[in-house]
Ligand binder design. Structure first.
Ligand code: PRP
Ligand code: ADE
Length: 169
């Protein structure tokens, strides 16, 4: 199935000049959601211990990928949401600045981690997640995305890492 046709594009959201790729139109259809998860899962068959998903859209795609690959799921969250001791990292977005957090005990030293998110734009979010995972001793096997915006430097920001994506704009 060509998922591209099911993703809605909105001009100037959330700010002028941004073309927002809205995956809700894809996910609301049973066959669209299934195909999206299957196609992300098929991007690689490396051995993985844990999938890390980034709040919020990264949870929608990351958790089913962890289930399919028979591994654990670790949430990276926006500030103030995780109850135990956390580490955090600030990063720049295509449209602003944000911060992400992860539990200090979320990743075992030496565990093989796959980062999954819906979309790669500047790479700021996922690079911050890489830094958090590595600071805990995790090995980042790669980063898998449903969508990659090729006009932005996401892949460059993640140079040296195995970045894969299903749909490229
Ligand atoms: C979006 C998207 C990625 C990130 C990509 O999340 O889901 O996580 O931006 O951008 P980047 O490559 O420039 O860092 P957003 O922060 O909008 O939050 P959401 O998932 O809660 O909608
Ligand atoms: N996150 C960062 N940039 C985005 C875009 N253009 N569309 C949807 N999500 C995004």
């Amino acid at each position: 199935m060509d998922l591209r046709d099911k993703i809605r594009a909105l001009k100037d959201y959330p700010s002028e000049g941004i073309i927002f790729r809205d995956i809700t139109t894809l996910l609301k259809e049973a066959d669209g959601f299934k195909a999206a998860i299957d196609q992300i899962s098929d991007l690689r068959d490396d051995e993985v211990d844990v999938v890390v998903g980034i709040e919020a859209r990264g949870f929608i795609v990351g958790a089913p990928i962890a289930y399919k690959k028979n591994c654990g799921f670790v949430p990276v969250r926006k500030p103030g949401k995780l109850p135990a001791e956390t580490i955090s990292k600030e990063y720049a977005l295509e449209y602003g600045i944000d911060k992400i957090e992860m539990h200090k005990d979320a990743i075992k030293e030496g565990s093989r981690v796959l980062i999954v998110d819906d979309l790669l734009a500047t790479g700021g979010t996922s690079k911050a997640a890489v830094e958090l995972i590595e600071s805990l001793g995790g090995i980042v096997v790669g980063l898998d995305f449903l969508i990659e915006l090729e006009g932005l430097p996401g892949r460059e920001a993640l140079k040296g890492y195995d970045v894969r994506s299903v749909i490229k704009y």
